[in-house]
Design a binder for this molecule. Structure first.
Ligand SMILES: *Cc1c(COP(=O)(O)O)cnc(C)c1O
Length: 385
């Protein structure tokens, strides 16, 4: 086991938690243990904590799990093959046929699809609510509600949910609060410390941070839940390979410095958009006029790198902007060092069409990267015309 890094600051934990020099070679960087299996001392002689088979456990993955747990201030971390695999594991570990969950009205499209199209076939029921409205969430909860599933800031409208208040609602009905902390990252917000029971990540985004690997993670302080998730992951097999775990571990070491620059640039871009005549509305929780600004200021260190906005001239004009930027690359995903632009209605959130989660057609979403902020503002000005 690794030494305790909990007394250290965030940046120190990112670089040292789970990452002692390799005991055999002294390698300073955790090796990529590219192996499926491990020699055993004798038949049945595997000691507790030893490695047997890489679906069950792998040392590179263990290092990543200890690092992520240290960053979220969690007792346990489990890495998965993708954010959706992590989401699926949490849903299946905590819900049974007939159980109910409350889901935000601008949840990640893939999360909604998994619940609406897959889990519903197994008798899981859900209610969609505006998570910024605590009373609406309380009204949506009922006997049999086992989870409140929350994203804050949410995707793509950057809605803000009050984590301590939602934890109170969840615990009042003996349900758990799950926070998908992908947008904020543990650098900006630590939901477990605010009362949440489970944190989920798509590490594909800011934690990996370089748009070169897909992955997910679950963090919790509950020992029993950790055992259930570990069992389920081993039974179902949605594990990241050693190289993917290593890339994510490497990316997350620089999370703090990247997030500071993402936030600087996003603030700059949001201000420039708000002043532009072709922009009808800007969604950025760092702006004083944003409906969730005060709650965000209470529970977040800064306001993140995601900015959404609506074009005054409707859908086609928004699509034209997305095709005219040159630095902002037209692509799905987010959280990498490079800036991306996308049209949620036709791309990431197409699966929500016709549902309560449908997004405005004139909406564009930006993942503001860590390039020179002046270049990013100029690129958007040129594309807006
Ligand atoms: C991308 C994303 C997911 C899904 O993660 P994958 O790694 O793509 O499977 C879940 N939640 C949020 C908020 C995301 O942005």
């Amino acid at each position: 086991m690794t030494h305790d890094t909990s007394a250290f600051g965030f940046e120190t934990r990112a670089i040292h938690a789970g990452q002692e020099p390799d005991p055999r070679t002294g390698a300073v960087i955790v090796p990529i243990y590219q192996t499926s299996t491990y020699a055993q001392d004798g038949v049945g002689g595997t000691r507790e904590g030893d490695y047997e088979y890489s679906r069950t456990a792998n040392p590179t993955r263990t290092a990543l799990e200890q690092q992520l747990a240290a960053l979220e201030g969690a007792r346990h971390g489990l890495a998965f093959a993708s954010g959706m695999a992590a989401t699926d594991a949490v849903l299946r570990a905590t819900l049974r046929p007939g159980d109910h969950l409350v889901l935000g009205n601008d949840a990640y499209g893939g999360t909604f699809r998994l619940i609406d199209k897959v889990l519903s076939q197994w008798g899981v029921e859900y209610t969609v609510a505006d998570l910024a409205d605590v009373e609406a969430v309380r009204a949506a909860a009922r006997p049999g509600t086992k989870l409140i599933w929350c994203e804050t800031p949410s995707n793509p409208l950057l809605g803000i949910a009050d984590i301590p208040a939602l934890a109170g609602v969840a615990h009042g009905v003996h349900a758990r609060l799950v926070v998908d902390n992908t947008f904020a990252t543990p650098y900006l917000q630590t939901p477990l410390a605010l009362g949440a029971d489970i944190v989920v990540h798509s590490t594909t985004k800011y934690l990996g941070g370089h748009s070169d690997v897909v992955g997910g993670a679950v963090l919790t302080n509950e020992d029993d839940l950790r055992e259930q998730l570990f069992f389920l992951r081993n039974a179902a097999g949605a594990v990241p390979g050693a190289f993917d775990a290593w890339l994510t571990l490497r990316g997350a070491k620089t999370l703090a410095v990247r997030m500071e620059r993402h936030c600087d640039n996003a603030e700059r871009v949001a201000e420039a958009l708000a002043a532009h005549p072709k922009v009808a509305q800007v969604y950025y929780p760092g702006m004083a006029g944003h409906a969730g600004h005060e709650v965000a200021a209470k529970q977040m260190r800064r306001f993140g790198g995601m900015v959404s906005f609506r074009h005054v001239d409707g859908e086609q004009a928004a699509l034209d902007v997305a095709s005219r930027t040159s630095l902002f690359i037209l692509a799905e995903s987010l959280g990498g060092i490079e800036s991306l632009i996308e049209h949620p209605g036709r791309m990431t959130h197409a699966s929500t069409a016709g549902s309560m989660l449908q997004v405005p057609a004139d909406l564009l979403r930006l993942s503001v990267g860590i390039e020179d902020g002046r270049d990013l503002v100029e690129d958007l000005r040129r594309a807006l015309g």
